[in-house]
Write a protein that binds this ligand. Structure first.
Ligand code: PMP
Length: 444
């Protein structure tokens, strides 16, 4: 039974009068009668305006690593507010948080703060350009680095005819200057030969290779260990900086992020989401000689950087992640959930696989997991789309788009797991039933 969304729908009709699409991010618009407005969240659960309860596997696209309304983090944030908000001057806590980041992620020898992932990656790219004196950069198919012109280009895999052909590179939408296309090369993920080819030919023009170590916006497809090590070696060999974008993976897939998981060190790295449980803060870290370019000709700043409340939330969140087994519990939950889902799907003969790290894994309807974005197209994502709609109706809040991984928080407990699997089983059966009906109708 589809759940009732009367109150959300009524709010949408009012909101659309003042807010484009009725929301504050295009991604939050799910259709005129499907857009959800949240009343509140607590722990791993979220309630909408109609009182529908959901187990949340989106977590605001990842940040809410300890669960919604985490008492200790919120108390720390309130304490941070007693200092003030912003001063256009530094405060002592910046150093405390920078030390924590460095301790957990040693690649961040020096640290600068930003407000969002987008801002941090923009600053990282500017830093790389300033440090090398070159403007070009390399992006990988299927990656996402935020909403700024240089990164708002993607591989158009939906119109791919064969998996071997290079997909067209298109903008995320209107308003992106075509001129910016001349500044980057897009390379298939997990393909070190193609990367080397680009670097060999264009090293004099390229400042940086910008990489998500795990494609956090594309089913959670991970780098193979060989690939990411090759990226590291190739960047060194061709004297190009490696920017590891850990906005999603940082302080989530391991205390030291994906760099710890893979045993690699970026020249520059960016972190954001999991560092403050949802409070707006991000950071750029990196090699000392590179980072010192901030202040030696490379601009960086911003009215709200290192805002007191967010800094205090970051200090508390990072301390909890460092000192407790939260990340181990999150990964264990993810593994148990995948195991449970796997049993349900296998019992029905539905080909499937899981991608990525269990704390941010992708569910994929094909026997073998994808190694790159092009392979996502080979999966039955229409089954995922239909299943996701039923899961959301049943109270499991996953992303309607199969490219977004399922995020787990430390607040997801046994009760959430049991409930999730029961809802999943019913949703799979209903989706299979519906698919059969559609097929029968088409055959007539
Ligand atoms: N980089 C990566 C890897 C991301 O996943 C995101 C956001 N999903 C960003 C950058 C941009 O971050 P924000 O939305 O905070 O601007």
């Amino acid at each position: 039974m589809p759940r009732k969304l009367d109150a959300s729908n009524a709010h949408f009709r009012k909101a659309i009068q003042r807010l484009p699409l009725g929301v504050s991010s295009n991604f939050r618009y799910w259709g005129d009668d499907k857009t959800i407005y949240v009343k509140r969240g607590r722990g791993a659960r979220v309630w909408d305006l109609d009182g529908n309860a959901y187990i949340d596997y989106r977590l605001g696209y990842g940040p809410v690593i300890l669960g919604h309304c985490h008492e200790e983090v919120d108390a720390a944030a309130r304490d941070g507010q007693t200092i003030g908000t912003v001063f256009a001057l530094g405060t002592e806590r910046e150093l405390v948080v920078a030390e924590l980041i460095h301790e957990m992620m040693p690649a961040a020898e020096l640290v600068r703060f930003s407000n969002s992932g987008t801002e941090a990656v923009m600053a990282a790219l500017r830093l790389a350009r300033g440090a090398t004196g070159r403007d070009g950069y390399v992006l990988f198919e299927g990656s996402y680095h935020g909403l700024f012109d240089a990164a708002m280009w993607m591989a158009d895999v939906e119109s791919l005819e064969t998996i071997e052909d290079d997909p067209a590179v298109v903008t995320y939408g209107k308003g992106i200057p075509g001129l910016t296309r001349q500044l980057f090369w897009q390379v298939p993920y997990n393909d070190a030969n193609r990367l080397e080819d680009v670097l060999r030919r264009n090293r004099d023009a390229i400042a940086a290779v910008l990489i998500e170590p795990i494609l956090g916006n594309c089913c959670g497809i991970p780098s193979t260990p060989e690939f990411i090590r090759a990226v590291r070696d190739l960047c060194t060999k061709y004297d190009v900086l490696m920017i590891v974008d850990e906005v999603k993976t940082g302080f989530r897939v391991a205390k030291g992020g994906a760099q710890e998981l893979y045993g690699i060190t970026g020249d520059i790295c960016t972190v954001a989401k999991a560092m403050a449980n949802g409070y707006p803060i991000a950071a750029i870290g990196g090699r000392e000689d590179v980072m010192r370019h901030f202040g030696q000709g490379v601009a960086h700043g911003g009215t709200y950087t290192a805002q007191a409340m967010s800094l205090a939330a970051a200090e508390k969140t990072l301390t909890i992640l460092r000192d407790t087994d939260a990340l181990a519990r999150i990964a264990a939950y993810g593994r148990s959930m995948q195991e449970g889902m796997g049993k349900i799907l296998a019992a029905r003969g539905i080909p499937h696989s899981f991608t990525g790290h269990p704390s941010m894994g992708g569910l994929f309807f094909r026997e073998t997991p994808p190694a790159n974005y092009r392979e996502w197209k080979l999966s039955d994502y229409s089954f995922y789309d239909a299943l996701a709609a039923r899961l959301i109706d049943g109270g499991v809040l996953c992303e309607p788009d199969s490219r977004e991984p399922w995020f787990i928080s430390a607040a997801h407990d046994r009760a959430c797991l049991d409930e999730t699997l029961a809802i999943f089983e019913a949703a799979v059966d209903a989706t299979v039933g519906e698919t059969r009906k559609t097929q029968r109708r088409a055959a007539k």
